[in-house]
Design a protein around this ligand. Sequence first.
Ligand SMILES: Cc1cc2nc3c(=O)[nH]c(=O)nc-3n(C[C@H](O)[C@H](O)[C@H](O)COP(=O)(O)OP(=O)(O)OC[C@H]3O[C@@H](n4cnc5c(N)ncnc54)[C@H](O)[C@@H]3O)c2cc1C
Length: 474
Amino acid sequence: MKNKGIFDCAIIGAGVIGVSVFNKLTRLGKKCLLLDKASDVATGASKANSGLVHAGYDPEPGTLKAKMNVRGNFLFPRICKRLGIKLNKCGAMVVGDDEEKIKTLYDRGVKNKVDVKILSRQEIFEKVPALNKHITTALFAQNAYVVSPYLFTIALVDEAILNGGEVALEEDVVAIDKTELFEITTKKSKFFAKTLVNSTGAGFNEISKLVGGEEYPIELRRGEYFVFDKGIDLGAPCTIFPLPTKLGKGVLVTPTVDGNFLVGPTSEVGELSTKTTAQGLKDIKEKSKLLFENINFKNAIRQFSGIRVICGDDFIIEKSKKVEGLINLAGICSPGLSSAPAIAEEVARLLGVKNKEVANLKKIEPYFVFKDLPKAKQIQLSKENKDYCEIVCKCENITKGDVVLALHRPLKIRSVDGVKRRTNAGMGRCQGGFCFTKVINEICKQNKIKYCEVLKENRGSNVALGNIREVQND
Ligand SMILES: Cc1cc2nc3c(=O)[nH]c(=O)nc-3n(C[C@H](O)[C@H](O)[C@H](O)COP(=O)(O)OP(=O)(O)OC[C@H]3O[C@@H](n4cnc5c(N)ncnc54)[C@H](O)[C@@H]3O)c2cc1C
């Protein structure tokens, strides 16, 4: 069993929250370990959400949700700029026919110090002519963004690795002992750390139990979505929400940073399953009519769902009272993505880490794909490297060069979905029908591994059982 020295902090859970903490503490000069049972970062709630950086008018004033959302919203543009990640400031509009409810939301926004405005009926339809004509009133927040939640997480982890952070994926934690240090035992390794952050989302209680920390009642709420084909314009230049209810922000319509539209999510209390259901998809179709009466769902190319992890009304961001040096991050549901940079700052504060970044931090290469580059740069690159002249994904126009680059980023991956999150290969209309095997071949070649070692997503999802002859002989 390997022993990798003593870390200042071990973070268990590599969603956007754990990765933000990992990135922040590394930038502040701490020796950090990020540990997850999955085969990549951002495979939980952080890959399956609306991708919105909320302005911050929705959370109840005075709550951690409000504080973290507003601060996170402020930090997002500078972090995305640093990472070379697309962030689209499209704004958000909450629409309805109940002026009192819109006014309540407006007052909340003002209390949270968010730039909000109530629009007249004329202003609403000037901005979004295709909206349902029964809409009479709306709240508009200009400081709302869309981002790729997984690419944001991936870029943060790559940057942290470049600056000395260590990542251990596919690690099943089997025991955590606390003496002077945290001794974390997995099936493969043993790690020692002075402090421990539990950011395992739906797995929070499982890890907490191992270390003797607090456990909280957790409610899981699935959200299903439709993704629309590129080129299909649903008529929403900004994110459009209905009025929120107790169950959440409702079925919204939003442009994504990649140029598709999303419609969803549902809010279904239940188990930890990311399947989509006939009933959920039917509900989305019905509820979307409140916003746009005639969305043609035949233009949807995919459905997906993500799981919200809810612990009461607010986020739990605290020092454990039971285990010294343990930080609990529980119930980080929406607006968790928007709040992630602020939660990372708060964890650093709780751990007493001085807020001073290390000098000469290394910068990562921006996350471009060939098709997004200016023409002159494309010509130069294609002359230098023939991989940029070969299209791997026809729907999204992703080149072999893009795939190779993704596989040589600091965090090494061996899954087709990992390549998809980094390049968009497989996200188009044919959903990987054309590029799936090409991507697998490239993963084998670049990682020097066998075909059957390539994963679709997590362990156990190997794309092949073995060479035909080997399998037949079994
Ligand atoms: C449908 C939906 C829509 C949303 N929309 C938005 C939005 O538009 N804007 C916004 O701000 N927020 C949104 N959110 C909330 C946001 O997605 C979450 O707050 C955020 O992704 C939570 O990140 P996380 O890191 O806590 O959890 P996760 O991303 O779930 O990560 C937890 C990690 O812990 C790992 N793990 C679990 N158990 C163990 C274990 N025993 N050992 C090792 N690792 C373990 C998992 O593998 C996973 O990688 C939405 C959420 C959902 C579900």
